[in-house]
Design a protein around this ligand. Structure first.
Ligand code: SF4
Ligand code: SF4
Length: 305
């Protein structure tokens, strides 16, 4: 997609947000359309990329739900709140590298609504990425309790509220009513209610084939993470330190497993990094995927291995 096409798409989705009735927007229409714009970045298409398509960022590392086998290792993370100034610095740098053209940014966790300054992140993200689709991704538990100022900030900053759909009871009526009252786009992220898909199994001995794991990995450069000035191809490598610390393991990350946004000269270097495997991929036994029923984590290593 070239730059003109990018601007056209941004305007098109803004038009939809403004004129398409709330009920239709809520039906995942925009969500599905956007997913079509996110083909996996590869060695063959990287030179045609004109902009970074996506990144997500943890506003908190901890979560109030603690799902079994969480792919971000949140059940075994320490409580941690993203520093506002660190996020501002990183946004300024990424906006500089990308000219502010990033398709989608998702503010998540952990559970982002645990962060007492959650709306400050909305202001910052919108300031530096005026045309980007920005969403806050929550498990929904705390949404009904959000004050009006939260919804006003979503409206003002054009932040969509995405709910990860777990088999738990949340007050959807209040959430839907609030979103409609404040004209905020609400999206239920489709997820199975019966099963919790385990994306991969870790091979703690790191005997895997990096290229094979990467090629078969659904997360690879589809779930790019930004964390403290560094870009990671996936949440696995970005948050493996939580796993290592809690279970006293040493799944090693090196400087080849992330990209320092303050050291790269242009966004092409980001594309070059994202499109190929890194040494850490040897720890992912991607071919050995499992599905398990959703449940609360018991913080046992077997959930991830
Ligand atoms: S709600 Fe999401 S972030 Fe929280 S533990 Fe479950 S999968 Fe992880
Ligand atoms: S480390 Fe590599 S194989 Fe493992 S989840 Fe990340 S991109 Fe996929």
């Amino acid at each position: 997609m070239n730059a003109n096409m990018y601007v056209f798409m941004m305007r098109f989705f803004r038009f939809i947000r403004k004129f398409v009735p709330y009920g239709i927007r809520k039906s995942n229409f925009i969500q599905k359309s956007w997913s079509l714009l996110r083909p996996k970045l590869s060695e063959t298409n990287k030179d045609k990329q004109t902009h970074l398509r996506y990144f997500e960022v943890h506003l908190t590392d901890h979560c109030n739900l603690n799902c079994k086998a969480c792919s971000h290792f949140c059940p075994v993370a320490d409580d941690n709140f993203l520093d506002v100034e660190s996020f501002r610095r990183d946004c300024i740098r990424l906006a500089e590298l990308t000219n502010g053209n990033i398709l989608v940014i998702r503010l998540m966790g952990g559970e982002p609504l645990l962060h007492p300054q959650v709306t400050v992140f909305f202001d910052i993200a919108r300031k530096y990425f005026p045309h980007t689709k920005i969403a806050v991704v929550s498990n929904g538990i705390l949404l009904p309790k959000q004050p009006d100022t939260f919804w006003q900030s979503c409206k003002k900053n054009r932040i969509e509220v995405h709910i990860s759909n777990y088999p738990i009871k949340i007050d959807r009526e209040t959430i839907t009513q609030k979103a409609a009252t404040f004209d905020v786009v609400l999206v239920d992220i489709e997820n199975t209610n019966k099963e919790w898909k385990k994306y991969f199994v870790l091979d703690i001995h790191g005997q895997g084939d990096c290229q094979k794991s990467f090629d078969n990995c659904a997360q690879a450069n589809n779930c790019t993470n930004l964390r403290e000035g560094k870009i990671y191809v996936c949440p696995t490598v970005a948050y493996i330190s939580f796993f290592n610390k809690y279970f006293e393991q040493n799944l090693e990350t090196t400087e080849q497993d992330y990209l320092d946004i303050y050291k790269v000269k242009n966004q092409q270097e980001i594309f070059d990094f994202l499109c190929k495997p890194m040494p850490f991929c040897r720890y992912c036994n991607v071919e050995n995927q499992e599905s398990l029923e959703w449940g609360v984590s018991k913080r046992e290593i077997s959930e991830w291995t």
